[in-house]
Ligand binder design. Structure first.
Ligand SMILES: Cc1cc2nc3c(=O)[nH]c(=O)nc-3n(C[C@H](O)[C@H](O)[C@H](O)COP(=O)(O)O)c2cc1C
Length: 189
């Protein structure tokens, strides 16, 4: 049997993950008086009792230590038109400070923005308190207890990453493929 440390296993795993469509999020947290962000797809619902979610953050990403210091983070589900934000905040080494103008202008969130930087126009957001960090391999699993949930604009759809590119919506991407296979006509569409 091949060792999981085999470089080929690493590449094959990475390729397989690239075939898994995933919602794109901007993980934000306060850092030295400003909000900073990092693009992430390794985000998962964890439990409803208590409401919680997990994110997997590379241990070398600056965001990892920033979240540990802050003790809070926000999972901002990016809206389908926010691919420019996803691009900017995934660039290694780039300035990840979020201009105040990009943060939510909802007056109900104003008092909390310094602790929980919620992005304007996101499809939704989970304001989390860091509960636990589990280091594994290159990444840290960071578990957050949901403090508050922010709903997005009506009809907002998430940005999806698939096959190493952003797709506006999963439906838009998959429906033509399904039509080609005649699956939709079989459903009477
Ligand atoms: C679509 C996409 C998804 C990503 N998902 C993750 C992720 O889940 N976890 C992670 O650690 N990095 C992820 N990255 C890489 C980070 O966004 C990137 O390393 C970032 O520059 C780290 O910033 P920082 O070092 O300033 O914290 C992703 C990149 C892209 C393009």
């Amino acid at each position: 049997m091949r060792s999981p440390r085999d470089p080929a296993a690493r590449l094959e795993t990475r390729d397989l993950f690239s075939k898994c469509a995933a919602t794109v999020n901007l993980i934000t947290c306060p850092q030295g008086g400003v909000a900073t962000g990092m693009t992430a797809t390794s985000v998962c619902s964890l439990s409803l009792d208590p409401p919680s979610a997990l994110i997997c953050v590379n241990r070398e990403a600056r965001t990892r230590d920033a979240i540990v210091r802050a003790g809070t983070f926000v999972i901002n589900v990016l809206e389908r038109a926010q691919d420019d934000i996803a691009n900017h905040f995934s660039r290694p080494g780039s300035d990840k400070a979020i201009p105040a103008g990009l943060l939510s202008r909802d007056p109900r969130l104003a008092a909390d923005l310094a602790e929980f930087p919620v992005l304007a126009g996101a499809a939704g957001a989970l304001m989390c308190r860091l509960e636990r960090v589990v280091d594994f391999g290159s990444h840290s699993i960071m578990i957050g207890l949901v403090d508050r949930v922010v709903g997005g604009p009506a009809g907002a759809e998430p940005l999806v990453y698939h096959d190493r590119k952003y797709v506006a919506t999963l439906a838009e991407h998959l429906l033509p493929a399904a039509a080609e296979k005649g699956m939709l006509s079989a459903l009477g569409w």
